[in-house]
Design a protein around this ligand. Structure first.
Ligand code: NAP
Length: 334
């Protein structure tokens, strides 16, 4: 196992060519083109040393942004605990170099207050997240979703108060339909808490942000961080000949498995051929495709292994897409 027991950060982690950073909307804050996501692969069910190997590899290669949420695992909360252990053992000295995020809004604990975007949920959950992560504050706290029930004003005022309390430096929003996002952003702006960033799913198979969110981000001068660049593994070559047992669809997610239809496999095969012509893996091409948009500040990758991370990181140096390649991709994705 290639991991460091006593971690000494790579002195060249910010050297030219290691990582590229993009400015986040109106702020001077920059984010790395690749952030490391903790949704899967860092939970209590995973091997701690493998999580540490990924975390140290990421930090050693200029990844400064680590994306968490209260319920990442499994089980819920355990990805934050893994982060907290890695942080306490290895990264305390680097806290000021890190952008650590967490979120609340989806199902987390039992009972009537353990889910949704109420003030009770957001504030209680953040306090518990900080304990699990061994942190005094997070850099970005997200409202994880518009829940369809809580008034926007209640959720946004909780975010304002969280910033005022010092427990989060910035706030962000995730999974909001655009007609709810606009009043939410305006509520925050009116209280001098400019939302730094929006987090949305954006990849070759999920292009919704192109329709509305990107325009609003530009208008409001917010960053956009794109999650699931390879759609949980669908945009890789791994499902071209069946479902491997060690894959996410094979071992963990029935919902993902249900998306693997013959039509999807056909599309992915064509994309895989195009990636091969470009001299890239499909994961690399799919990640580069997300990064081609100037509205995207950072792509949150979710590698299971260090090797997958190494592969995805190459997307930063992919050749720009030619007009003909863009046309072929649009044709395949129709
Ligand atoms: N705001 C939200 O609601 C929300 C929702 C989802 C995700 N997120 C964030 O976004 C992060 C990333 O999401 P995600 O896990 O869906 O990302 P993803 O990168 O699209 O999918 C990760 C999975 O794809 C496969 N994979 C990744 N890179 C690969 C490579 N280079 N070669 C081969 N296979 C590769 C692996 O599958 P196998 O395990 O099968 O090998 C891995 O487990 C999350 O950790 C989280 O931080 C946020």
């Amino acid at each position: 196992m290639n991991y460091k027991k006593t971690y000494v950060a790579n002195p060249d982690r910010y050297a030219e060519g290691m990582m590229k950073y993009r400015q986040c909307g109106a702020s001077s804050i920059v984010l790395p083109e690749m952030s490391l996501g903790f949704w899967w692969n860092f939970g209590g069910v995973n091997v701690y040393e493998e999580s540490l190997a990924k975390m140290t590899y990421a930090f050693d290669h200029g990844i400064t942004c680590f994306d968490l949420a209260n319920n990442y695992g499994p089980p819920f909360g355990s990805a934050e605990e893994t982060f907290g252990r890695m942080y306490a053992d290895n990264f305390r000295a680097h806290r000021h170099e890190m952008i650590v995020t967490t979120k609340a809004g989806y199902e987390m604990w039992e009972g009537p207050y353990g889910c949704g975007s109420s003030r009770k949920m957001l504030i209680t959950s953040l306090n518990e997240s900080l304990q699990r992560m061994n942190l005094d504050y997070v850099d970005i706290f997200y409202s994880h979703r518009y829940d369809g029930v809580t008034p926007i004003e209640e959720t946004m005022q909780a975010l304002v108060d969280i910033v005022r309390s010092g427990k989060a430096i910035y706030v962000g929003l995730s999974n909001y339909p655009v007609d709810k996002l606009k009043p939410a952003v305006e509520y925050l702006e009116a209280r001098d808490v400019h939302p730094l960033i929006y987090q949305g799913k954006y990849n070759m198979l999920t292009r919704d942000p192109e329709v509305a969110h990107f325009d609003l981000m530009t208008e409001k001068r917010m960053g956009f961080t794109a999650f699931s660049p390879v759609n949980q593994g669908l945009l890789t070559g791994k499902y071209l000949n069946g479902i491997p047992t060690d894959s996410r669809a094979g071992s963990a997610s029935d919902r993902l498995k249900s998306l693997i239809t013959p039509e999807l496999v056909e599309k992915v095969r064509k994309l895989n051929d195009l990636a091969a012509q470009r001299g890239e893996s499909l994961a690399q091409m799919a990640t580069a495709w997300v990064l081609r948009r100037p509205e995207v500040t950072s792509v949150i990758i979710g590698p299971r292994t260090v090797e997958q991370m190494q592969d995805s990181l190459k997307a930063m140096n992919s050749a720009p897409f030619t007009d003909e390649e863009q046309r072929i991709i649009n044709e395949i994705l129709k």
